[in-house]
Design a protein around this ligand. Structure first.
Ligand code: FE
Length: 199
């Protein structure tokens, strides 16, 4: 038996997705034009910049930060972001002593309206399995070395809840404007696998 033969279970994800899309289209369950529009929107128009704007606002406006940590979905919507895959976003704060890191152990749930589409490492079975068991080691391998006394909490996404990390504002950025702060915030920091570095 060759490696390419066999059931649909052996097809690469892209082919399986295409087959699924074709089936759903044939049955009249989805409109392929709407589907392509949705994908293009998330691939090209929506990305981590939205989340960076949320973070920079929270860093510069204590009242907004309070609302964001209290009801993430509502506070994010205040800035105009929301919708598909962002119906219920919970925001958790990283500090000098507590660190949150996000995973979806089941698949690849991710807050699309604020971060765009997930990076490939987020969907990697190795990341999904290992970050739960040994977060400190996984973070270290990804370049984030946390001191032993920093408490790490792994946030597992579900179909109900999508997590967004509010990273710690780097020291020495007190003079920066909100717009300047936006440019410092990275996707990885908002997933919790990196810190935001000072400029
Ligand atoms: Fe998932």
């Amino acid at each position: 038996m060759t490696a390419t033969a066999g059931s649909a279970g052996h097809l690469p994800p892209a082919l399986r997705t295409e087959a699924l899309e074709q089936l759903l289209t044939e049955r009249g369950l989805i409109d392929p034009k709407a589907m392509n529009g949705l994908i293009t929107t998330y691939e090209t128009n929506i990305g981590p910049l939205n989340g960076a704007k949320v973070v920079a606002r929270a860093w510069t406006d204590p009242e907004y930060r309070r609302r964001l940590l209290g009801d993430g979905t509502a506070a994010i919507r205040e800035l105009g972001f929301g919708g598909f895959q962002g119906e219920h976003i919970v925001v958790v704060e990283n500090t000098a002593t507590t660190h949150n890191v996000v995973v979806c152990t089941l698949c690849s749930c991710y807050p699309w309206p604020v971060l765009g589409l997930p990076p490939s490492w987020y969907k990697d079975p190795a990341y999904r399995a290992r970050v739960v068991r040994e977060p400190r080691a996984v973070l270290s391998e990804m370049g984030l070395k946390l001191a032993d006394d920093v408490r790490i909490t792994v946030r597992d996404s579900t179909s109900e809840v999508r997590w967004l990390v509010l990273p710690e504002r780097p020291s020495g950025t007190g003079h920066l404007t909100e717009e300047e702060l936006v440019t410092l915030v990275t996707r990885d920091a908002m997933v919790g696998v990196a810190k935001v570095a000072a400029p």
